[in-house]
Design a binder for this molecule. Structure first.
Ligand code: GDP
Ligand code: ZN
Length: 340
């Protein structure tokens, strides 16, 4: 039998069979346990119905994963929807770019939802959103969970794909989900009450199916990518998360170009084609990656040249200055900061 794990509680893995939609309570075969790979929620697995009861089974094999996330630990996520609020809290573009980049890193298709539309007084933020994110190919919806505006558009974004919902606390993630399925509110509350009773009970994530219209909506019940930093990848890999920067990098003179100050940088050559706030986010993430690199170097795992160390300082200097400046002034300032 093949199926997908949708919930894990201690040793029990709940698997929905691919052919019959029956649910099996499964344990993991000892041989598989000894291997490094842990079975995750979302994993497609091969099971043996050892008792022949169509209720219990043993997981024998994890089938190849399309992707997997850590925090929450989940495999085969089909898409991410990033929720931001337009106001209260104000839209944070860097945070949005952070979520976008994480989803990109994990090779997960991403869609954008901007909530609390009822609080938006002027259209300039909305225009900015379209200006930046539409050319990058994102599907965008505006919602108000409070006024039940755009909820059907949000439902359409969800489709029947297994979706991880991302977004900072307070943007309205729970409110949006509850506006689709008010029953879920009770369920979520029950779960949290249950877990708060135990002392630090590990909270496992689960794929929740919500009946809505013809097809079920499938969401992962814990927010994705919360409080994550780019402290796991090399500075040179950050541009891979930005399509509009990546597009120009092959024209850079140096293969290890960070697109900050380097001679013959084709990204800087085309900087007018890149949105300033996106480029600023890029710089911040490069800085985080630099800090990570420094740390690994201190631990003695990496060796770097002194030239690169100078560059690290420069990156830190630019991105701590949170200036609202025109693109050309911004560029001039980069050069000034970098003393080129
Ligand atoms: P979460 O932390 O992302 O799950 O956010 P919540 O769903 O808990 O919402 C945080 C706060 O924002 C709550 O007080 C909600 O009532 C409020 N809220 C959620 N959606 C909207 C909205 O569309 N408009 C307004 N004005 N408030 C909202
Ligand atoms: Zn470059």
């Amino acid at each position: 039998m093949k199926g997908q794990v949708f919930k894990i509680h201690s040793d029990f893995h709940y698997v929905k069979s691919a052919d019959s939609a029956d649910v099996f309570e499964c344990k993991v075969r000892e041989v598989l346990k000894k291997q490094k790979e842990k079975v995750l929620v979302g994993d497609f697995v091969q099971c043996a119905d050892i008792n022949n009861d169509r209720k219990t089974a043993v997981i024998e094999k994890i089938l190849p994963r399309k992707n997997f996330l850590t925090r929450p630990s989940v495999a085969n996520v089909e898409q991410a929807i990033i929720i931001s609020s337009i106001k209260e809290p104000d839209l944070n573009f860097e945070q949005l770019n952070r979520y976008i980049s994480f989803a990109k890193y994990y090779k997960i298709k991403t869609k954008l939802c901007f909530n609390k539309n009822d609080l938006s007084e002027d259209d300039s933020v909305i225009e900015k959103i379209f200006q930046i994110y539409e050319p990058l190919g994102f599907e965008i919806v505006f919602t108000s969970a409070l006024e039940h505006f755009g909820i059907e558009d949000f439902v359409e974004l969800l489709g029947s794909k297994i979706t991880v919902i991302c977004g900072n606390s307070g943007v309205g993630k729970s409110s949006l989900i509850n506006s689709i399925c008010p029953d879920l509110k009770i369920k979520t509350k029950e779960v949290s009450e249950k877990t708060s009773r135990g002392v630090h009970t590990t909270r496992h994530c689960e794929i929740i199916e919500i009946k809505h219209g013809r097809k079920p909506i499938k969401i992962i019940d814990t927010p994705g990518f919360s409080n994550l930093k780019f402290d796991f990848l090399m500075p040179n890999d950050v541009d891979e998360m930005f399509d509009e920067i990546k597009k120009y990098k092959s024209g850079c003179k140096f293969k290890d170009c960070l697109h900050i100050q380097e001679e013959g940088c084709n990204v800087l050559e085309n900087i007018d084609e890149i949105d300033l706030s996106r480029y600023q986010s890029y710089l911040s993430f490069v800085q985080e990656a630099q800090e990570f690199k420094e740390k690994t170097k201190m631990q003695g795992t990496k060796k770097e040249t002194s030239q690169k160390q100078t560059l690290n300082k420069n990156v830190a200097k630019i991105s701590t200055k949170n200036r609202e400046v025109s693109r050309s002034t911004f560029r001039q300032n980069i050069y000034k900061d970098l003393d080129v």
